[in-house]
Ligand binder design. Structure first.
Ligand SMILES: [Zn+2]
Length: 377
């Protein structure tokens, strides 16, 4: 057997070689946790692997032509399962709180869109969650065994957003799935994934893509010259999804605004902080709020690792704004700041007011940097 044909995944040579050799030698594990920034290609890799595992071709896999490949692509293969966070409205639930027919329909639409464009960064009108019914159904399908493909393949996207009840529903399956089952979990917040899940998986980290890879992908995807200044403006965004977002909405500049907010926090300019908070509250998109904190985490990591050798995977591209680390010299301090971002995401998920979450974050950053309680005004 040869390696996998990576149709969707862009770059990430190290990840490819790990999967290629395990695929060739028949030594694939039963559970992987792919972690890396949003838009770095985790879902694309998981999809290519899933399609290859179910492909019926005798030669190159996935062939894209066989009945199995086509079903996987349309998300209609009975042994291919995807679980991901969604925002459920009233009509998606029936009176007993379970998913309604419209709810199930929504789930498959979301999956089909994700397969279509695995690099697109999803936005959420409200706080997304992974429906426990969905997890239970997939768990049931795995335990029942494959119906047509010889094995079950599962992708669980954003497994960090899985609530305890949903996680418990799948823990046993994750520990001892029937032979041949492959479960591919994805996250951009590994420290928010339950330890009981992490301990059952092999972990693979996705790095940032080199500028030239981003340049080439953007020009192909949007059918523009690779020398187009609009393309050049985005090539430093080390995750392709992030770069696509910048290309499509050059005015939105969430990353720039986030860097501005961060700079205002670390330089303790309270009036700039409140100005940015006012601007953020107008965005009104949960996905963007979460991304602000994720970008800050990336920024902190990136600035911190810039001084270290062998940490290139963690460093943001040259075109990205700087996230200054005034006074943060130790990994412990950087860790405290990253924990703070996680805590803020937790507050957002608990439906705390957006302005309050950002203000609390800013004050806490100042306190960490000063090593003491903050006085405002
Ligand atoms: Zn095929």
């Amino acid at each position: 057997m040869a390696g996998i044909i990576w149709n969707k995944l862009i770059g990430q040579e190290r990840i490819r070689s790990v999967f290629d050799s395990a695929f060739e030698n028949g030594t694939l594990g039963h559970a992987y946790l792919l972690c890396g920034d949003a838009g770095s290609g985790k879902f694309a890799a998981a999809f290519d692997l899933a399609q290859a595992l179910l492909c019926l071709s005798d030669t190159q896999k996935p062939c894209g032509e066989c009945v199995s490949c086509k079903k996987v692509k349309k998300y209609s293969h009975s042994d291919f399962h995807v679980i991901m966070p969604v925002v459920l409205e009233k009509e998606h639930k029936s009176t007993d709180g379970k998913l309604s027919e419209a709810g199930w329909k929504l789930l498959s639409e979301v999956v089909v869109n994700r397969i279509e464009d695995p690099y697109a960064i999803r936005s959420f009108s409200s706080i997304p969650s992974i429906p426990v019914d969905w997890v239970k159904e997939v768990t049931h399908a795995i335990m029942r065994g494959p119906l047509e493909g010889g094995r079950n393949v599962v992708i669980m996207d954003r497994v960090d957003l899985m609530a305890k009840e949903a996680a418990n529903a799948m823990l046993k399956t994750l520990e001892e799935p029937p032979a041949g089952t492959v479960m591919i979990l994805c996250t951009n917040r590994i420290h928010a994934v339950l330890p009981t899940i992490i301990s059952r998986c092999q972990i693979l980290r996705f790095g940032w893509l080199p500028p030239e890879t981003i340049r080439e992908s953007l020009s192909r995807k949007f059918d523009v010259s690779s020398k187009d200044p609009k393309v050049t403006a985005c090539i430093g965004y080390g995750a392709l999804g992030e770069a696509m977002q910048q290309f499509q909405n050059p005015g939105s500049a969430l990353m720039e605004d986030t860097a501005k907010f961060w700079s205002a926090c670390v330089s303790q300019e309270w009036s700039s902080v409140t100005g940015m908070i006012d601007a953020f509250t107008l965005i009104n998109d949960y996905g963007s709020y979460e991304r602000i904190f994720l970008l800050i985490m990336q920024g902190i990591r990136s600035s911190f690792f810039r001084t270290l050798e062998g940490a290139e995977n963690y460093i943001m591209g040259d075109g990205t704004p700087e996230f200054p680390l005034q006074g943060v010299r130790t990994p412990e301090r950087a860790g405290e700041l990253i924990d703070l971002c996680e805590r803020s995401i937790g507050y957002l998920r608990a439906r705390a007011g957006v302005a309050l979450v950002f203000a609390e974050f800013a004050i806490s950053v100042m306190e960490i940097l000063n090593g003491k309680k903050c006085q405002i005004g």
